[in-house]
Design a protein around this ligand. Structure first.
Ligand code: AMP
Length: 411
């Protein structure tokens, strides 16, 4: 799925393009259509999944679509309640980024800092207010906040909000808004008290659950191979020869990478096919069919092409390149270890990809087992490689002997 399939307005799509987001994350795919359809929602998703944009984008769209030039100036039409000031600031920044080509104004108020400047902000008027509960109620009591026009209320990190003892405040805030509003509840976990809160204030909510525990099956044995980038192909061949049996999906980040790896594997007589965005729908379906019928046992794919494909019972997944979003990692390895069957994932990490490991481990709440016993270990002190074009510009088209030799690999 692409962002354009979500029917977002041009000014919002423009901001997404400027952020270089290639496609919606899983939570965005699931929630954006429901929010645009004005449904109440309970979404269980952790930070790192793209959940802020999952509510910010459709809220901006809903407000943008129905703007009334009120004589009294801007009124708060969307209210986002967040338990901590850091989160509140981040959410406000998100709204400002995604809404920069709209005339919608967002701002943030939180405790632990002087209240006076925040009163000034509110006097000027905002469409979207992000707030921590205590400070919001203070400002409300002092008549600086009018909640009578709130069309959408978001309770973010609801479990944390309740753990921090904000339940009474949240209920008061909800009551102070109009009755006919859409409520979106986001929570990393859904313990009983969150269910109770939802039952009290939500109206026939849709439930979206993309928590990691529900996505990463316990039957997936995850391993991590630190390897220099130029040795990844050798490591892949080594694993295919010696370790991996059965059907394998290999994920690469780019179409170019998919093609390159496919050529090498074909040369080495593996039964392989590939899917990526440059292939026609027919060719992609054909490749999938061959893989499902086990005419080929290796499928190389980009994430975009692999979205939504239903291939069950894959024995192994190779993350040839680590994804930049942890949620994509979870999505990729979810292709194996299904329905109680054991599966294995192999992730190749070069020096410049080490940053992604930390965010993946944070999301899945565990450290991935590091396989050190392989022929291409990465020097722990290796610096990320910067790819510079070598050689003089005057030598264009002519290859040096050294570079010709380099091309002659053994496979
Ligand atoms: P969040 O889960 O809201 O904390 O977002 C985690 C990170 O993912 C943030 O840095 C976002 O800017 C980024 N992000 C959100 N949506 C996307 C997307 N569709 N593609 C790439 N990055 C994204």
């Amino acid at each position: 799925m692409q962002f354009k399939d979500l029917h977002l307005n041009k000014p919002i799509l423009k901001a997404i393009v400027e952020k270089n987001y290639e496609r919606p994350t899983l939570i965005q795919e699931e929630t954006i259509p429901l929010i645009l359809a004005k449904k109440d929602l309970i979404a269980s998703a952790q930070t790192g999944t793209g959940k802020t944009a999952a509510f910010a984008l459709p809220i901006l769209q809903l407000l943008y679509d129905r703007q009334d030039a009120s004589k009294k100036g801007k009124r708060i039409r969307a209210l986002i309640v967040s338990p901590t000031r850091e989160l509140a600031i981040q959410i406000d920044e998100n709204f400002k980024t995604y809404g920069k080509h709209t005339n919608l104004r967002s701002n943030v108020v939180y405790g632990g800092t002087s209240i006076e400047p925040q009163k000034e902000i509110l006097k000027k008027g905002v469409d979207i207010l992000v707030a921590t509960p205590g400070r919001l109620l203070d400002l409300y009591k002092q008549n600086y906040v009018n909640l009578a026009n709130v069309e959408i209320l978001v309770l973010d990190e609801a479990d944390l909000m309740l753990d921090m003892g904000f339940i009474e405040d949240v209920l008061k805030i909800e009551k102070s808004c109009t009755k006919e509003k859409q409520i979106l509840l986001f929570s990393a976990t859904i313990p009983n008290k969150v269910v109770q809160l939802a039952n009290t204030i939500l109206n026939s909510p849709e439930i979206i659950d993309i928590t990691t525990s529900s996505v990463v099956a316990k039957t997936v044995h995850q391993t991590l191979h630190y390897v220099p980038k130029p040795k990844k192909i050798e490591l892949c061949l080594h694993l295919l020869r010696n370790t991996i049996r059965g059907s394998v999906i290999i994920f690469r980040r780019t179409k170019f990478g998919v093609d390159k790896l496919e050529k090498v594997l074909l040369k080495n007589n593996y039964l392989v096919d590939s899917i990526h965005g440059d292939k026609s729908q027919n060719l992609r379906l054909e490749a999938l069919k061959r893989f499902k019928k086990q005419e080929v046992n290796i499928l190389i794919a980009t994430d975009v092409a692999a979205r939504g494909i239903d291939v069950k019972n894959v024995d192994a997944v190779i993350n040839f390149d680590l994804p930049n979003l942890p949620e994509i990692y979870v999505h990729r390895i979810g292709r194996t270890g299904r329905a109680g069957v054991e599966g294995v994932s192999y992730s190749f990490c070069s020096a410049d990809e080490k940053v992604y490991v930390a965010s993946i481990e944070k999301l899945i709440h565990k450290n991935i087992f590091v396989e050190e016993d392989h022929p291409y270990p990465l020097d722990p002190n290796a610096k990320p490689e910067v790819h510079k074009k070598k050689g003089s510009k005057y030598k264009k088209g002519r290859k040096s002997e050294a570079s010709k030799k380099k091309k002659k690999r053994w496979y």
